[in-house]
Ligand binder design. Sequence first.
Ligand code: PMT
Length: 404
Amino acid sequence: MNVILGVGGGIAAYKAAELARALMERGARVQVALTAAAEEFIRPLTFAALTNRKVITDLFAAKSAEETLASSVEHIRVAQENEVLLVAPATADLLAKFAHGLAPDFLTTLYLAFTGKVILAPAMNTNMWNHPATRDNVGTLAARGNYILPPDEGLLACGTTGAGRLPDPARIADAVMMIGHPRKDLEGEVVVVSAGPTQEAIDPVRFISNRSSGKMGYALAAKAAARGARVMLVSGPVNLPEPYGVEVVPVRSAAEMRDAVMSHLEEATIIIKSAAVADYYVAKPSSQKIKKTAARMSIELDPTADILAEVGRKKGDRLLIGFAAETQNLVQEGRRKMETKNCDMVVANLVTREGTGFESDENEVTLVLRTGESIQVPRMSKLEVADKILDQALKLRLALYSRT
Ligand code: PMT
């Protein structure tokens, strides 16, 4: 997807650098255009280095006659080459100019020439955001079909608290992928994804858990949503922004995760269990903080419910994708889990390989399929792995449960 990222002149402009990166990580080709005001906050070189492309700065900044001629049609070329125009941060001034068709510089001229999808992420002081003039302009732009990503609430750079913060760059990038994604092949699907670790309480302050960051599951949820599915993400405690357009169901323990997954089973058409669920929970957690003594202590553990196996027993013709975190015999273990838990696919990953598996941004997996094949997915970003898993899920759906 070709995205032009227009950056307005607000304090949140520094976040646009992270946004450019987040878009590229999701496979977008990014062309950055800075307004003159944005250049006061962040230099073009930052974006040029990140995107490896020349940054467009100003329509009328060219010096020679040739440059003036070339730049006077540049907004037309850029408008034709890109499918999405994302403006972040969209300042009150830019919103007003877009709403009223004023075109004093490159970005505003591009806006008028652009026929693709326009996504605006406003960020400003709360009073400016709430001002009737801004509300009217936002209303005009939304009615025109522009997508508005409303600002978050929180502490603003001006010291006040309220609505006006630019949302997390990863969330904006997910939204861009979702809105601009040309492939809506999961439309009509209801996907339940489990992600992250579980925490099994020992006492009110201690718990047993594991190293899962949730990145693999969040990537699956974001990609499924971008491809048109309705997505419910049952998430253990993680430190990740909620993917755009995804319903997040937060849970803590394996028991809570089981209840949340089972309560959404009826409506689900695809269930993906990428969570690292604890295999044991503390049989009798203490209601008070356990005091330290010199004596050795032991904790009794009971096995948790096997959620994947339970879903496997009740799934009917829903597509069930399990994960297998292994340290050896990847394909054999993946196939064993597929058979014993009645999965249609098991995503097997070697969790001892540096830079893949737990916590990393990348993964390298083998997809073990009910149809008999196993497909190697070489090392790539978890977002790309997520797309490969979803591609195979759709093929399996056709092969195993094609409904005419
Ligand atoms: O979260 P990240 O940092 O991005 O890391 C990703 C990951 C390594 C956690 C992920 O790729 C992964 O491998 N997830 C499965 C981890 C795991 O618990 O594997 P397992 O082999 O122990 O479990 C097999 C399957 O049974 C999994 O689908 C698991 O969700 C499920 N399970 C396990 C125990 C249990 N009580 N109930 C379950 O449903």
